[in-house]
Ligand binder design. Structure first.
Ligand code: ADP
Ligand code: TRP
Length: 345
């Protein structure tokens, strides 16, 4: 059949499914924006893909115990993505806990997953190693089953929507490998090809954004610049970026310079060149920080306004998530019903 005569749905079926989840465990920062959000939004614009983006609130349960804070983070993430241009009519945007099919698939997959596979998962192993280092008699001390089962739940997220490609950071590669193993295991046991075996998509060229202290910007180091901090706070934080003790008139290197590398992500090529020249001719760190602040502030202000507006009108976020839930459940129900049938349930 001529491709142009195919229905929208049929064309959609030929597209690759791209899926990724964001754990609501903190407020989005500049590192998240440059390293994860921006590339994912770019990909969602590509017509070759059907994109699924979701808020992994079940995953946050394993390490965040404050229900109010969890709610705050869920809304923060949703508002952040929507403010930055996620189009919920094009992308299926939903909250993991709104899709009960995921929890059911999680159990079915748990039952085909070798325990040894999870014993070898990095996050669990790191927790055991830490207990050993601290000389604890019980190596599983303080480790909950959520942490242990984390990779199975993540496999359920991915396999639930027949995802082909999963864009993730390098730390998540093993989880995708586990999801592949689990999909193959299910397909083998039940002599089927019901579950799509996913592939990790690693953004190699995304550099690591440095934080206020020069280490990787990360919530765990408390060195972040929140993406939508109000202007005054943004300026205050930028002024806190650690620099060396070079005098203003000394020529400065742009290599490994937190100020310069952040600037590169917001400025135009000619602005970047102009700042590079200023570095070569000598620029005071205070002035460089002021230039960086003005740039980031001017780029982010329109998005921040949208973000603030959404955070003040959460029913709009709820409506988007509800629409996403409906779309996502339709797909999830199809896959789950095939899985149940194959498993004889
Ligand atoms: P954090 O380290 O603050 O807890 P997460 O682990 O929740 O951040 O990361 C969420 C996403 O943001 C991941 O895809 C990760 O690769 C990306 N990311 C986080 N910090 C940075 C950074 N400093 N530079 C580039 N990307 C980052
Ligand atoms: N574990 C991922 C992280 O911490 C978040 C996540 C949960 C995810 N489920 C997923 C990512 C499924 C991709 C696909 O970053």
């Amino acid at each position: 059949m001529d491709a142009s005569k195919k229905t929208h749905n049929e064309q959609d079926k030929q597209k690759k499914v791209v899926l990724t989840g964001i754990t609501p465990s903190g407020i989005a920062h500049l590192g998240n924006y440059i390293g994860a959000i921006k590339p994912a939004l770019e990909m969602a614009k590509n017509d070759a893909y059907n994109a699924y983006f979701f808020i992994a609130d079940y995953h946050s349960l394993i390490k965040l115990w404050d229900p109010k804070l969890r709610q705050e983070y869920i809304y923060d993430i949703a508002a952040t993505w929507l403010a930055l241009g996620l189009d919920p009519t094009k992308v299926v945007f939903y909250r993991q806990s709104d899709i009960p099919e995921i929890a059911e698939l999680n159990w079915i997959l748990t039952s085909v997953t070798a325990k040894g596979l999870l014993n070898r998962a990095h996050a669990y192993k790191a927790a055991v190693d830490q207990n050993e280092l601290e000389g604890k008699a019980d190596l599983d001390s303080g480790i909950n089953m959520g942490l242990f089962n984390y990779p199975v739940l993540m496999a359920a997220d991915i396999l639930m929507f027949n995802a082909d490609l999963v864009p993730v950071g390098k730390d998540q590669i093993q989880h995708i490998e586990i999801a592949r193993d689990i999909a193959n295991r299910f397909n083998h046991i039940y002599k089927t090809n019901t579950l799509t075996v996913p592939t990790a998509m690693i953004e190699e060229k995304t550099q690591t954004i440095l934080g206020l202290d020069g280490r990787k910007m990360s919530k765990s180091y408390g060195n972040t610049i929140p993406l939508f901090a109000p202007s005054k706070k943004l300026r205050k934080l930028i002024m806190k970026i650690v620099t060396n003790s070079q005098l203003p008139e000394e020529p400065k290197s742009t290599e490994n310079c937190t100020i310069f590398s952040l600037y590169e992500h917001f400025a135009t090529p000619s602005e970047i060149n102009a700042l590079k020249e200023r570095y070569q001719n000598g620029i005071g760190w205070g002035e460089a920080k002021q230039i960086l602040f003005e740039k980031i502030d001017s780029v982010l202000t329109p998005f921040r306004e949208k973000y603030d507006d959404l955070m003040a009108n959460r029913h709009i976020i709820d409506e988007h998530l509800k629409a996403g839930q409906q779309k996502a459940r339709l797909e999830a129900q199809k896959v789950l019903s095939a899985v149940r049938k194959k498993a004889g349930i």
